[in-house]
Design a protein around this ligand. Structure first.
Ligand SMILES: Cc1cc2nc3c(=O)[nH]c(=O)nc-3n(C[C@H](O)[C@H](O)[C@H](O)COP(=O)(O)OP(=O)(O)OC[C@H]3O[C@@H](n4cnc5c(N)ncnc54)[C@H](O)[C@@H]3O)c2cc1C
Length: 430
């Protein structure tokens, strides 16, 4: 038998989003619990490789009530430092996190309450905030089935370090932040690395004396909203162009010795086939790079800022670099023993039994507020703005949801009071 417990708000997931929401509710003295499947910060603990570092600088770690105040604002936190940052946040404000409490089902129970079920408890809450992250189930394409069994295949979330892989060359499929960083690390460890590039957009690490994160914030890029994207460059910003620690995109890796390939198509026998998309992809990313630097130049000019002259010379050399065209690779001849799928994640909301999804099971909301009163999503990638899913932006979205929860509770209270009054009136009349 499951025990029944009452609380005003249940937050599901104890990553940065769940903690930020909990902090704001606690500040309002609002009774709530945070239910966590594993342990606080478990995505950082279990889904990132050993040498992982954020690509956003420390000054952008701005969880509400816990902005970064250390003496390294321009450096980048390692995986352990992020976990530590989240643990300190929880400890400082005694946030009510319950570990090893996977939520198995959420349903509505009458007008005023939700039922949140775990293995041994049912929580009855008036509001629920889902903060289970965007990077939920590792996604690997169907082509993975074509590869011979002798090849070790793993998703980027399972990669830890080069030493754990069998000897031999490695193919990394996917050139987002994960694929890019893993390919770079494996290459530095002395492995022969092949990188299959989907999109190759990238922006410089720093430009005209400042880190790119500073410029992106100043230019309002971090506040871009999906619904109002205008120019195609804004759409590209939304597709997460690469920002690496050393600067440079996939072509930097090519200079370092990584073999670049187009999109992974299939594997026939021992032959890996790739699209011929590299040249056009680099042409587009080159134009985007130039566009970004021009945006910054224009901003500096308009604001009459003092900034050193353009520092993009090394990057411009990269832009003109020609990459050899290669559409086939023989697994055996190249001694490829491992394929790492850095192909992203898929959500899974099968445990939410509420009308808050479209046909593709994608949540429908405005700034995280759904059509089911009292039910919210927080922390999702691009939930409202470009920065929504980051340590920089989640606080703002959490504050918006708090405002909604408060006004929802106020309305509930008014309805309850007027119902009570009309009941009293009716009983007097009868
Ligand atoms: C490779 C990579 C690099 C990134 N780099 C940066 C960066 O440089 N800077 C930056 O700001 N952001 C970065 N991010 C984005 C973002 O900061 C992280 O994805 C972050 O983990 C999101 O926090 P979250 O709280 O929304 O979700 P998560 O951290 O994923 O937390 C969700 C929690 O919910 C729990 N959970 C899931 N299902 C249930 C359930 N049914 N019941 C109970 N609990 C459940 C999980 O165990 C988990 O602990 C990166 C993301 C990735 C994948």
């Amino acid at each position: 038998m499951r025990k029944n417990t009452k609380t005003r708000v249940v937050i599901i997931g104890a990553g940065q989003a769940g903690l930020a929401m909990s902090y704001l509710l606690k500040k309002e003295k609002m009774d709530h619990v945070v239910l966590e499947k594993k342990k606080l910060g478990s995505s950082w603990r279990n889904q990132r490789w050993d040498s992982f570092h954020l690509v956003t600088p420390n000054w952008q770690n701005q969880l509400p009530g816990f902005h970064y105040v250390g003496d390294r604002p321009d450096e980048f936190m390692s995986k352990n430092e992020i976990i530590n940052y989240l643990e300190l946040y929880q400890a400082k404000y005694s946030l009510p996190i319950f570990s090893n409490k996977e939520v198995l089902k959420v349903t509505r129970n009458g007008y005023q309450s939700f039922e949140v079920q775990t293995q041994n408890k049912i929580y009855h809450a008036r509001a629920v905030v889902v903060a289970t992250g965007s990077f939920y189930q590792p996604y690997v394409g169907e082509q993975s089935r074509d590869l011979p069994q002798t090849v070790l295949q793993l998703h980027s979330s399972k990669y830890r370090n080069a030493r754990r892989l069998p000897p031999g060359s490695v193919l990394v499929v996917g050139s987002g932040q994960s694929g890019f960083q893993i390919a770079s690390e494996l290459n530095s460890s002395g492995r022969k690395v092949f990188l299959s590039v989907g999109s190759s957009y990238w922006i410089p690490r720093s430009y005209r004396g400042k880190d790119i994160s500073y410029w992106m914030t100043q230019l309002g890029v971090t506040d871009l909203r999906k619904k109002v994207l205008g120019a195609s460059s804004e759409k590209i910003f939304f597709s997460s162009p690469i920002i690496s620690h050393r600067g440079g995109g996939a072509k930097r890796l090519s200079l370092d010795g990584v073999t670049l390939l187009g999109r992974f198509e299939n594997c026939i026998g021992n032959r890996l086939n790739f699209s011929d998309n590299l040249e056009s992809s680099f042409a587009e990313s080159g134009m985007f790079f130039v566009h970004v630097t021009r945006l910054i130049d224009r901003f500096i000019e308009k604001q009459q800022l003092k900034a050193p002259e353009s520092t993009a010379v090394a990057d411009e050399l990269l832009l003109s670099l020609k990459v050899p065209k290669l559409t086939e690779v023989d697994l055996l001849k190249q001694s490829i023993s491992t394929v790492i799928w850095a192909t992203g994640f898929k959500p899974n909301y099968s445990w939410i039994d509420l009308p808050v999804f479209d046909q593709a099971k994608t949540p429908i909301y405005h700034r995280g507020v759904t059509q089911v009163e009292g039910f919210y999503f927080l922390g999702l990638h691009r939930l409202y703005t470009l920065k929504s899913g980051s340590l920089f932006g989640v606080g703002e979205d959490a504050a918006f949801i708090l405002k909604n929860i408060k006004s929802y509770f106020r309305v509930q209270k008014i309805i309850k009071t007027s119902n009570r009054m009309s009941c009293r009136k009716n009983s007097l009349v009868s």
